[in-house]
Design a protein around this ligand. Structure first.
Ligand SMILES: NC(=O)C1=CN([C@@H]2O[C@H](COP(=O)(O)OP(=O)(O)OC[C@H]3O[C@@H](n4cnc5c(N)ncnc54)[C@H](O)[C@@H]3O)[C@@H](O)[C@H]2O)C=CC1
Ligand SMILES: N[C@@H](CC=O)C(=O)O
Length: 379
């Protein structure tokens, strides 16, 4: 056999189409982030096939009431996924194993469970997925800021099963916060301090309050722009920021939980006692004057009110709360729904800063999509 013929038998004929690998996704949620994700996949699908050789197929989508599973190549028709989900049968949100089994039976090269909810106790579902060889991408902070043993078990399961568990969007939406921190840790840097403004919503509200916009008006706009948590009290209590702080603290090996965070809410505590989101929006205007007065007091002293988090590994301490900062403070310069996270480390004496818009459906969905593509490209 000549050298030439050996080479030809190895290589793909020039005219052969490039290989396309199927990536099957099961999406939890149909809200701000999930619907943007499905729209982005619909819009960019052909380009992703062409550029990356990956065909993203929605095998299923569900909300807290019903679930739709489409066990055919190509997956769900994204033109009318809402209508199809609306007509889908009821499904118990506590029992998703049949869908996970269905996902594995599809035989795609990569299968991913994508959590775009803020549901509690998702750790069990993630474990069930990982144990079946399904990767997990999630925007849901709760599994990473909740019970420490469950969080550590989840990490161990992912490692043992050699499956990815990616949650970049849980801090700073699509800003590269978690991967940056992971890289610092992986390369042996020592993180001495993490601080910043971790909430796009509270950054936006602070800016609007400074412009004299009433709190209730600004919260309404933040909701319409898709910045708010499903339960807005989670934003205004600071709990959402506390969750992000715990996630970052755990990345640097601190065994801390929400109960360890020294938390001062963004708004008066009585407002947070209101339980349903509907009644919360009703009573919100009665707090406009009090909150405006707090902002005005800081302004009168030449300061800017910001909602900051500070993780001090040396002291094993996390502080989250409003701070009246000097106009030269990096947080004073934030615009719109911008967030920033500053890492001071042994190598970065001047902090490494990640900054940009930190909330919103399209941005977060892009971060979720980037996580999915990062997995599919590696496998
Ligand atoms: N909106 C944003 O800017 C960002 C959101 N996130 C996170 O993304 C997640 C989703 O946020 P949004 O889309 O804004 O909320 P959303 O309230 O618009 O959507 C949540 C969806 O989850 C569904 N859901 C609730 N429990 C479920 C269950 N057990 N099974 C299936 N579906 C269930 C609801 O039906 C709803 O469709 C949250 O965890 C949030 O913290 C993270 C970064 C930024
Ligand atoms: N409500 C959150 C959304 C992202 O996590 C925020 O505003 O930061």
């Amino acid at each position: 056999m000549s050298v030439e013929s050996v080479q030809l038998s190895w290589s793909r004929p020039i005219s052969a189409p490039p290989r396309v690998d199927r990536v099957a996704l099961f999406v939890l949620g149909k809200g701000t982030v999930a619907s943007s994700l499905l729209a982005q996949i619909g819009e960019h699908k052909a380009r992703i096939v062409e550029r990356d050789g990956l065909s993203l197929e929605i095998a299923g989508v569900c909300d807290r009431k019903s679930a739709l599973f489409v066990p055919r190549p190509g997956g769900l028709d994204l033109a009318d996924w809402r209508g199809a989900l609306g007509a889908a049968p009821d499904a118990d949100p506590r029992e998703r194993r049949p869908f996970l089994d269905g996902l594995t039976r599809l035989g795609s090269r990569v299968s991913v469970l994508v959590d775009c909810t803020a549901a509690d106790r998702m750790e069990t579902l993630y474990e069930q997925a990982l144990l079946r060889g399904i990767h997990v991408v999630t925007a849901n902070k709760k599994p990473f800021a909740g019970s420490l043993p469950s969080f550590r078990r989840l990490q161990t399961t992912a490692r043992r099963c050699r499956r990815a568990l990616r949650y970049e969007t849980t801090v700073g939406a699509s800003l590269p916060v978690i991967e940056t921190l992971k890289d610092l840790v992986r390369t042996g840097d020592r993180v001495e301090l993490i601080e910043g403004s971790f909430s796009g919503t509270l950054g936006y509200l602070s800016n609007e309050l400074l412009r004299g916009v009433p709190l209730s008006t600004a919260v309404g706009v933040a909701r319409d722009r898709g910045y708010l948590e499903p339960r807005p009290q989670d934003d205004l209590s600071g709990v959402d920021v506390a969750r992000k702080a715990v996630i970052l603290a755990r990345e640097i090996g601190l065994n801390l939980g929400l109960e360890d965070v020294r938390l001062t809410p963004f708004v008066p505590a009585e407002l947070l006692a209101v339980s349903s989101p509907e009644s919360f929006f009703e009573v919100l205007p009665t707090y406009d004057a009090e909150v405006a007065a707090t902002v005005a007091r800081a302004q009168a002293e030449g300061k800017v009110l910001r909602y900051l988090a500070r993780i001090d590994p040396g002291q094993r301490r996390i502080d989250v709360g409003p701070v009246a900062v000097d106009v030269h403070h990096p947080a004073a310069r934030l615009r719109g729904a911008e967030s920033f996270v500053a890492f001071t480390t042994e190598r970065y004496r001047d902090p490494l800063v990640v900054q940009g818009a930190g909330a919103g459906g399209a941005l977060t969905a892009a971060g979720v999509l980037a996580d999915i593509l990062a997995i599919a490209r590696k496998v």
